[in-house]
Design a protein around this ligand. Structure first.
Ligand code: IFM
Length: 440
């Protein structure tokens, strides 16, 4: 599609001068994202490591990408690609390996990491909780306990006192809905509880309150901080739009995945637009469309099932982990969450594939959609962070998912940049998407 010839483009801005591509807003953040347990290696004080060692998970993270040691080399690579931002997460279990006992070496390490980013003109976007918990926290009941909120807040306050002056962008929690679904409904991730909807709601509530409390805490210490959380935002659609039950089920799913957590925080995604509370911006992790088919009634079935059959005329290709590529969903999602009234930051978008032309196509299509959304829908977007900088440990999928701008040879820890990294670099360096780049 050539952007200048697309009906959308000509309908909204037919001037030929606009056909030289898209300029992104000045100061737009460009970069890639990682998380501690997925890249650092040897995170032996958290609940994932404990489960991996106990054989409760098929795959072990081991030394992962040795990013704990190789972070400078990885940041050199990001800088060489014209990135001006980088998203990382702090590993709570390294900072507080034993309840109430801080580890100054870990804090010093993260201070060095953040400074290494700044020396390379990479704006740090720091996540405080990315799926893993200290093993002591999980042993004492994890997020099911009401005092989990204070435990998390105590860690956040300590971190902000230590590192606060160095960081502007904070993400309190990564993908709380995914954490809750995988840990308490699907039972695939620690603490491996299956079908426990009551517990899931309780955990969700505690995480929402923890976000609100730590949002306030961070601001108390640093008035200029910008605080949000990263929301996993699939674009949910009924599989058979003409079937009422599919439509109802898809609406229910969307409520659960894309609205419930906001409600617990006191925000509304739908309805009257009011300024969102306790959010300076919202992190959007967008990967795919989910087509929902009704599965009958009764608890456990009411949310339907995801359909993977390829009977849709606009069906996108599937990634190596069966996620449907659906760039139009990005525009829909950005419009949906813009109703919160705060800027959005794309904190994750990427594809698990070893088919490099497909990755390039994925990137081009999503960047084109992003540009159209900013330009034509006037949605305020602060930046775009590709998932991920390097291939890494993809949770229960192990190392089989290849999301990286660089491949990793896990035997030698050598990074091998992929062609898509160069394509992305052209956009990052110029802050511009040319028609050439958006033609496919
Ligand atoms: O690898 C994960 C990340 O930890 C959270 N968001 C989705 C990514 C791909 O599955």
């Amino acid at each position: 599609m050539d952007l200048c010839k697309s009906s959308l483009y000509t309908a909204l801005d037919p001037t030929p001068s606009a056909c030289h591509g898209y300029a992104f807003p000045p100061g737009f953040l460009w970069g890639a994202a990682t998380s501690s347990h997925q890249v650092e290696g040897h995170n032996r004080w958290n609940d994932w490591w404990a489960a991996e060692q106990a054989g409760a998970l098929v795959h072990q993270s081991g030394e992962a990408c040795s990013h704990y040691e190789l972070y400078e080399q990885d940041f050199d690579m990001a800088q060489s690609w014209g990135h001006n931002a980088h998203r990382l997460s702090l590993e709570w279990s390294r900072i507080e390996p034993v309840e109430g006992a801080w580890n100054p070496e870990a804090v010093a390490h993260y201070r060095d990491v953040i400074r290494a980013l700044k020396q390379r003109a990479l704006e740090p976007v720091v996540t405080l909780h990315h799926f893993t918990n200290p093993a002591w926290f999980t042993r004492r009941g994890g997020w099911l306990r009401r005092d989990s909120i204070e435990r998390f807040a105590r860690y956040v306050e300590y971190v902000v006192q230590q590192l606060g002056p160095e960081v502007t962008y904070w993400l309190t929690i990564n993908e709380p809905t995914v954490y809750v679904m995988q840990g308490y409904v699907n039972g695939e991730w620690p603490p491996f509880v299956r079908g426990a909807w009551g517990k899931a709601i309780q955990v969700c509530y505690h995480m929402a309150r923890a976000h609100v409390l730590t949002y306030r805490l961070i601001h108390q210490h640093h008035a200029n901080a910008r605080v949000g959380f990263a929301h996993s935002a699939p674009w949910v659609m009924p599989c058979r739009a003409h079937k009422r039950w599919d439509r109802m089920t898809a609406t229910l799913r969307d409520c659960m995945l894309n609205r419930a957590f906001f409600g617990l925080m006191g925000n509304r995604v739908h309805g009257r637009r009011t300024p969102a509370v306790h959010l300076d911006f919202l992190g959007i992790n967008y990967y795919m469309r989910t087509l929902i088919r009704s599965a009958g009634w009764g608890l456990g079935r009411i949310l339907g099932r995801a359909c993977h059959e390829s009977h849709h005329t606009d069906q996108g290709v599937l990634s190596d982990i069966d996620w449907e590529v659906y760039p139009a969903g990005l525009r829909a999602i950005l419009n949906k969450f813009a109703r919160l009234g705060v800027p959005l930051l794309i904190t994750e978008n990427g594809i698990a594939t070893t088919d490099e032309p497909l990755r390039c196509e994925f990137l081009k299509r999503h960047l084109t959609t992003l540009a159209e959304t900013i330009e034509h829908d006037r949605i305020p977007v602060l930046g775009y962070l590709y998932w991920s900088l390097v291939d890494n440990f993809e949770w229960s999928e192990g190392f089989r998912a290849h999301f990286g701008l660089a491949a990793v040879d896990y035997a030698t820890q050598e990074r091998v940049p992929r062609p898509c990294a160069d394509l992305f670099a052209q956009v990052c360096r110029s802050n511009h998407l040319s028609n050439h780049q958006s033609t496919f």
